[in-house]
Design a protein around this ligand. Structure first.
Ligand code: CA
Length: 228
């Protein structure tokens, strides 16, 4: 479940540096040299995060950010603005249009990756590889290990993804169609009740450590992962 990161940058050397570093960090970078190209790519796949240069040929990055944040279909995509402009007022403008973070050129790839990770953790926690633990139930996306109070729990790949998604989005009610989109992916044809089948398997696997009650059925709505 590595995150797709769209890099919109017109300077080839910087774009190369960014995509290389993102790839090495396990992300899937998509490249665009202009807003127009970015829009074309986004018609095929919605990225999990956008790294957006301010100064671009044609439409500026800041204008693009404003449009993305003003459109209900794209407003939740996190944006990191990238720019040579370092003054305080530019920074304020960038954040005002809804950018999630701001990195000034020249930047170190390490710093940028740290920002990417922080933004994803805040905005799309299911996209990071950080282990997560709730009430003694622990999931490690890197090793695919699950433990309940320290004992190993054996899960199939779908149950693993389900549990990871729930644990990174706790306390919210997830409809079956939302779960299908997030865990199976959009454009995959699976019936809603398939979700119920995998939830049942997941609960069964969690019974040994007594964690099955964390997955609650919300009548008429879907499911909720709750430690309360
Ligand atoms: Ca530029």
């Amino acid at each position: 479940m590595s995150a797709n990161i769209l890099v919109v940058e017109d300077e080839p050397a910087i774009q190369e540096l960014l995509t290389l570093n993102l790839q090495q960090a396990g992300y899937q970078p998509l490249r665009a040299m202009s807003v127009e190209q970015a829009q074309q790519l986004m018609r095929e796949a919605v990225p999990d995060l956008i790294i957006l240069d301010w100064m671009l040929p044609g439409m500026s990055g800041i204008e693009f950010a404003r449009r993305l944040k003003g459109d209900s279909a794209t407003k939740t995509i996190p944006i990191i603005m990238l720019t040579a402009k370092g003054s305080e007022s530019d920074k304020v403008r960038g954040l005002e249009v809804g950018a999630d973070d701001y990195v000034t050129k020249p930047f170190s790839p390490r710093e940028l990756l740290a920002r990417v990770k922080a933004v994803l953790r805040r905005r799309a926690p299911q996209m990071t590889d950080d282990p997560i633990e709730i009430s003694g139930l622990r999931v490690d996306p890197l090793t695919h290990r699950v433990t309940g109070n320290g004992s190993a729990i054996d899960l199939g790949p779908t149950e693993f993804r389900l549990l990871h998604y729930f644990m990174t989005n706790p306390e919210r009610v997830h409809s079956r169609s939302n779960v299908l989109d997030k865990v199976w992916g959009t454009g995959v044809y699976v019936e809603d009740r398939t979700v119920d089948v995998h939830i049942r398997r997941l609960r069964k696997a969690l019974e040994t450590s007594g964690h099955h009650d964390l997955i609650q059925t919300v009548r008429g709505s879907g499911y909720r992962f709750s430690a309360n």
